[in-house]
Design a protein around this ligand. Structure first.
Ligand code: NAD
Ligand code: LMR
Length: 338
């Protein structure tokens, strides 16, 4: 009997020839940390994305089971599993987008920065692999603390001579997803109608929702502004406490990561006007990295938008955000340079 592997290879060849005849384009996506709390539901959502033709699921544990399971879904993407460091090259070679939710999550009482010790090294190793095997891939970095792991990734790529700031994207989409939800609740609207820019970074006071720029245009009382800003800044902690030691946001994060990756894929395809918030190398403030709206195109973050007019409350928030961000960025950069 032919093996699953032989059948899969022939299926890929047939699909490639279908594409050559003008069939739908497809992109190759890898998830690193695919057996985790985020990784598993994210694998399901990416397997459902019609823009994905090949889905690589990499982890240091349990990826064969997740791969067998997800591969039975009757959607287009071919799924392949990779287990352990010695299979990292295979997981990464040829990828268009690499999504990284690898690393430990918070427990109650911890800050995201408490994850630095372990996650910094994980992100370094994975990014060294990317530099070697798929230096042109877009990287969607989820592992915390994002405010430091993105600078770490940038330094690894610089060292390897492969750094392109347009292709390194810190995922802050969950902050936007939460902001849309909480603002919609206050306004009595469907969250799908609401668009809240969230800028700065992804931790505590560095998460800066711009409530003065909400669409559709609206206004908030000072109490509403205070309530919404705090709830958005502490959304992660709200979930960590509710999960009581078993982890942090995984399901809403998988949703947010899939939404962000889909925007990246539409950008790669050449769609016009794809704009999302992301933590990227930036000249919007004096800091080397900052989250703001970016336009996603064929080469990644092709345009980074200015913050626009801020009110007094937001200007004060911006100063606090920048102070904390500066330290987190420095910590990430020093981890590689030292
Ligand atoms: P988890 O522990 O459930 O899963 C993490 C997975 O990473 C595990 O399967 C683990 O085996 C794997 N892993 C560990 N080391 C690895 C390595 N060297 N290579 C590949 N895989 C490795 O954790 P989770 O809940 O999925 O969270 C993952 C990370 O995402 C955490 O750091 C968390 O803080 C972060 N997070 C970020 C956001 C955000 O908005 N950016 C939101 C939620 C969680
Ligand atoms: C989140 O915002 O949910 C994540 O960053 C996980 C966490 O530790 O809060």
């Amino acid at each position: 009997h032919p093996s699953n592997h032989q059948m899969e290879e022939s299926s890929i060849l047939r699909r490639a020839s279908c594409r050559a005849k003008g069939g739908a384009p497809g992109f190759k996506v890898a998830i690193l940390g695919a057996a985790g709390g985020i990784g598993q539901p994210l694998a399901v959502l990416m397997k459902m994305n019609p823009l994905v033709s090949v889905l690589h699921l990499y982890d240091v544990v349990n990826s064969p089971g997740v791969t067998a399971d997800v591969s039975h879904m009757d959607t287009g993407a071919v799924v392949r599993g990779f287990l352990g460091q010695q299979q990292l090259e295979g997981a990464l070679t040829g990828m268009d987008i690499v999504i990284i939710p690898a690393g430990i999550p918070r427990k109650p009482g911890m800050t995201r920065d408490d994850l630095f010790k372990i996650n910094a090294g994980i992100v370094r190793t994975l990014c060294e692999g990317i530099a070697k095997c798929c230096p042109n891939a877009l990287v969607n970095l989820i592992s915390n603390p994002v405010n430091s792991t993105v600078p770490i990734a940038a330094e690894v790529f610089k060292k390897a001579g492969t750094y392109d700031p347009k292709r390194l994207l810190g995922v802050t989409m969950l902050d936007v997803v939460r902001a849309n939800t909480f603002v919609a609740e206050v306004l009595g609207l469907d969250p799908r109608e609401v668009d809240v820019p969230v800028v700065g970074g992804h931790s505590g006071v560095t998460i800066l929702p711009l409530l003065s720029q909400v669409k559709p245009p609206c206004s908030f009382t000072p109490e509403e502004t205070e309530y919404l800003t705090n709830r958005i800044q502490n959304g992660g902690t709200e979930v960590v406490e509710a999960k009581a030691g078993t982890g942090s946001a995984t399901l809403s994060m998988a949703y947010a990561a899939a939404k962000f990756a889909d925007a990246c894929l539409r950008g790669l395809r050449g769609d016009a006007g794809v704009v999302e918030c992301s933590f990227v190398a930036s000249q919007v403030t004096e800091l080397p990295f900052f989250a703001s709206k970016v336009r996603l195109g064929r080469t990644g973050a092709e345009e980074i938008y200015q913050l626009g007019p801020l009110n007094e409350y937001e200007r004060v928030g911006l100063e606090k955000a920048k102070k904390e961000l500066a330290g987190s960025i420095h910590k990430g950069v020093s981890f590689i340079r030292a």
